[in-house]
Design a protein around this ligand. Sequence first.
Ligand SMILES: [Zn+2]
Length: 124
Amino acid sequence: MAGRGVSRERKDAYTVLVKIADTPPCPQCTGSTMLLAQFAHAWENGRGEDVSGRRETVLCPGCHHKEPTAAELIALFAAHAQVRPESMDIFGGLVAAWVESVRQHTVDEEALAAEFELWEQGEL
Ligand SMILES: [Zn+2]
């Protein structure tokens, strides 16, 4: 058992592909979405092995406007019909923050399970 090998995926974990045109409909409300982000997602399976894959998430103005990072992105889109080169830095930062929040969201349960395990073993 080689411990928790998360460092291997670290670099790839920050590569986010963003699609602005022809985004798929929202899986929750079937409304139109503003962008699609595809990012690396790594987790540890039940046998303690590292598994990595890519996940996709869409930004839906109807479903995500209550999430702070998503709301900022939605506001940016509302202000600019098209993302211009000069707002690319802001846009990139907002997308990164948003993807990070989505990622936190999804690993929450696993992190919780891992903490519970440690707690049971008396390490917390
Ligand atoms: Zn939606």
